[in-house]
Design a protein around this ligand. Structure first.
Ligand code: SAM
Ligand code: SF4
Length: 463
């Protein structure tokens, strides 16, 4: 029996793609291994959102070359770098056996067959037409024993943000038909999942037969599902209907990730984000009125071409004004074929040391604000869905509040239970405390007839 290993870089969408790859490979003569050195097939599922992610994957490829030399392991690259580089990657990495894009996961058996049988080096990066695209259906057995799971509702992106490589690597937006999404959610609920996160690059523009707000409301009605989340949203598609769904359906969790990218209108314009700071703030105000206490998080890029000290000061000002629960902040990284990379010289590149210095200033402010949010929870009892034991201290339990705050606590409730936790201390990133009341026990799930795919081979290197 041959063995395979998948190293995943990037976002949750890539992790999901790796799980689907693992399900496809499980139907071949391959079995998973969590140890790359023992693998006969290694796949790197790659991310190209920033240069750093690409560099990381190239250095990992170098390490896996040694495994290939030692045992003749097949090496393949999938995901966004594969889609971007295509056959150039085979030229650049002469020991690579195959390259396949995000639309070619179902073709893996054929690709591997050609590499093994015909000793061909294969490149499969064609897009499947939107009308013909079939979303891989997750095998629910992959999720048995988990209480929270991700469900793909869209792929690709039709926006043209000038910094972003996603439209080049993931293609046009395609929405998954809503009955398919609901069927997958129902399958997951049957194996014990109680929380789902609907994922796509820009879920607010979902067009799978109902509006995104309707999709959330219907997902919340699936028996067994107690919590519904989603990511990611573009501010220009944040509709009144979606805001209304937050008001009326308590199972939609009070957390909204709304990437703003910058607090300066001229920068937003060059980024082609098509909203102003005032419009963004108006949307947020409406959202907060509909769901008081909702936690808001965001993404920020610092050092975008032409960003002046005044522009950056506006980003700091916005950070203070919104009082984000948390921010994911990145230094701008020019990406191939993107509008901003082509115009960088014209707009004025920001020196690397300035980018680093701005990032540190921003992160310092955000750490303080995050700390103030979490400190405000000390002494309160919060509701937590238990996800398992704490990663740092196996004697403790781990879960999240509705606002998506992580909680490590003393208690004995099993994964899938809902409990109250008295918060005793906090850091900017987490709350700590002890379980006081068990609100509900997990759903009892009948054992599987057959074991599900083993995904211990999917190692994530998520940014
Ligand atoms: N679809 C999401 C949106 O519209 O906000 C973003 C998805 S992207 C995978 C996640 C984040 O990566 C972006 O929000 C942005 O902050 C960051 N990002 C994208 N391209 C970048 C670049 N070239 N340099 C630095 N950060 C970048
Ligand atoms: Fe990239 Fe998000 Fe803009 Fe689409 S909406 S181009 S994924 S940043």
């Amino acid at each position: 029996m041959k063995r395979y290993f998948i190293h995943t870089f990037g976002c949750q969408m890539n992790v999901n793609d790796s799980l689907r790859m693992s399900e496809v490979l499980g139907k071949l003569e391959y079995r998973p291994t969590p140890v790359a050195e023992e693998a006969d097939l290694i796949i790197l599922n790659t991310c190209s959102i920033r240069e750093k992610a690409e560099d990381k994957m190239l250095s990992a490829l170098g390490r896996y070359r040694t495994v290939k030399l030692a045992r003749g392991t097949l090496l393949g690259v999938g995901g966004c770098v594969a889609q971007q580089e295509k056959d150039k990657l085979l030229k650049k990495v002469p020991y690579l056996d195959f390259v396949f894009g995000p639309d070619s996961i179902a073709k893996l058996p054929d690709i591997i067959g050609r590499v093994q049988g015909e000793r061909e080096r294969v490149v499969e990066t064609a897009w499947v037409d939107s009308e013909e695209y079939v979303f891989p259906r997750a095998d629910p057995e992959t999720s048995r024993g988990k209480v929270t799971e991700f469900v793909t509702v869209m792929k690709g992106c039709d926006n043209v943000c000038s910094f972003c490589v996603v439209p080049h690597t993931r293609g046009r937006e395609v929405s998954r038909a809503f009955p398919e999404v609901l069927a997958e959610v129902a399958d997951l609920a049957k194996v014990g999942v109680r929380e789902v996160t609907l994922i796509g690059q820009n879920v607010n523009s979902y067009q799978g037969g109902v509006s995104f707000a309707q999709l959330l409301l219907r997902t919340a009605e699936v028996p067994g599902i107690e919590r519904v989340r989603f990511t990611t949203s573009h501010p220009h598609d944040l509709s009144d209907e979606l805001i209304e769904a937050f008001r009326t359906q308590p199972k939609i969790m009070p957390h909204f990730h709304l990437p703003v990218q910058s607090g300066s209108n001229p920068v937003l314009k060059r980024m082609r984000r098509d909203y102003t700071v005032v419009q963004y703030l108006e949307r947020l105000e409406k959202l907060r009125a509909a769901r008081p206490g909702i936690a808001v998080t965001t993404d920020i890029i610092v050092g975008f071409p032409g960003e002046t000290e005044e522009d950056f000061a506006l980003t700091l000002e916005l950070t203070e004004k919104v009082r984000y629960e948390n921010q994911f902040s990145f230094i701008y990284s020019p990406r191939p074929k993107t509008g901003a990379a082509l115009k960088e010289d014209e707009w004025g590149p920001v020196p690397h040391e300035v980018k680093i210095e701005r990032l540190e200033r921003l992160q310092k402010i955000q750490r303080r604000i995050s700390g103030e949010h979490t400190a405000s929870q000390v002494g309160l009892e919060v509701e937590v869905m238990v996800e398992g034991h704490s990663r740092y201290n196996p004697a403790k339990r781990f879960g999240r509040t509705p606002e998506n705050r992580t909680v490590n606590f003393e208690g004995d409730a099993p994964a899938g239970a809902f409990v109250k936790v008295l918060v005793e201390s906090a850091t900017p990133n987490q709350l700590s405390g002890k379980q006081t009341v068990v609100l509900s026990q997990p759903v009892v799930v009948p054992p599987a007839d057959l074991p599900g795919p083993d995904v211990s081979c999917v190692v994530a290197d998520v940014a």
